[in-house]
Ligand binder design. Structure first.
Ligand code: DGT
Ligand code: MG
Ligand code: MG
Length: 289
């Protein structure tokens, strides 16, 4: 079709691309979930159904988008990590963010009846989304650690706060006052001494948050075994074969520590060759000094 005289307006479109060669995190967060959770009668401080629904929606996003190598969720948020070399949608930021956010929201609404007995009613759940690109594995792992530490701090606070109200008969204002200036060990003590609750025995999903990853019966070979120098030097056919092998993983939800090395060492396919590359770079830098 011939160009119309109006077509020039396309020149105004701005296609911001995610920085190349970086780990991009797309975080979605429920809009106004303070109200939404109250309206739909979410249990306090944690509603297992609500968290499992978030996890189920995240699993579908990871299944639909093979370039998402990991997702981490807590409360009304989920962070999706795009593999460093991803070329998805030419790395166009708005396309990636809006797509992940809407795929997640669609599944959240679709799966709602599997988790809640009452139908959804307006205002319907909606999520905002943002992207942040991290240049190194260290930065990416620090981001995930930040979210998990945040989950821990909030959950310990909320568990104690609601125990004081639900079992201790305090008002919200009294419970809040009781907790001002308390450290983690003080909260553990309040829970144990006053209510016989051992925080360590609490639900792992609430304490640790949820990690969505692919796991394999037979893990895909590390990149350097496919071809000496990693992804950039692979032929198209080799890339396709590796992609297929990676996709064969089962998408699972785990409630575990993602701060320590063990999680990442047990699943070397998440970060791929980037870990060794970064270590080599650091060693080279040290040698130069
Ligand atoms: P936003 O994100 O600025 O639109 O506002 P909110 O209200 O979504 O605030 P946010 O995201 O900082 O906090 C999440 C809210 O969701 C917080 O008020 C607690 C609530 N929420 C999340 N999960 C649960 C749950 O399992 N049970 C209950 N009762 N509330 C929950
Ligand atoms: Mg929110
Ligand atoms: Mg939130």
């Amino acid at each position: 079709m011939a160009n119309s005289k109006y077509e020039y307006v396309r020149l105004f479109e701005d296609h911001r691309a995610l920085l190349p060669n970086t780990w991009t995190v797309i975080r979605v967060d429920g809009r106004g979930f303070h109200k939404f959770s109250a309206r739909h009668g979410f249990a306090k401080p944690n509603d297992a159904r609500a968290l499992q629904l978030m996890n189920a929606a995240a699993v579908e996003v990871v299944k639909e988008l093979p370039d998402v190598v990991l997702a981490y969720g807590v409360s009304d948020e989920f962070s999706f990590v795009l593999r460093r070399g991803s070329g998805i949608f030419e790395r166009r930021e708005s396309k990636i963010v809006t797509l992940i956010t809407s795929v997640f929201t669609g599944w959240y609404i679709y799966l709602w009846p599997s988790f809640f007995p009452t139908a959804l009613s307006p205002p319907l759940p909606s999520f905002d989304g943002r992207a942040v690109s991290y240049p190194s594995v260290r930065n990416l792992r620090d981001y995930i650690s930040w979210r998990q530490v945040d989950a821990h701090i909030n959950n310990l606070y909320n568990t104690t706060f609601w125990a004081l109200i639900q079992q201790g008969g305090m008002s919200a204002a009294e419970a809040e006052k009781e907790l001002v200036g308390t450290l983690a060990k003080d909260k553990h003590e309040i829970l144990w001494k006053r209510f016989g609750i051992n925080y360590n025995d609490e639900n792992e999903m609430c304490k640790k948050g949820s990690v969505v990853v692919r796991e394999y019966e037979k893990p895909p070979p590390p990149l350097e075994e496919v071809q000496g120098e990693g992804e950039d030097r692979m032929t198209k056919g080799q890339k396709e074969r590796r992609k297929k092998a990676l996709r064969k993983g089962k998408v699972v939800v785990r409630f575990c520590d993602v701060i320590k090395d063990a999680f990442w060492q047990e699943r070397p396919w998440i970060l791929g060759a980037a870990v060794e590359e970064e270590q080599e770079e650091q060693e080279e830098e040290k040698e130069k000094e």
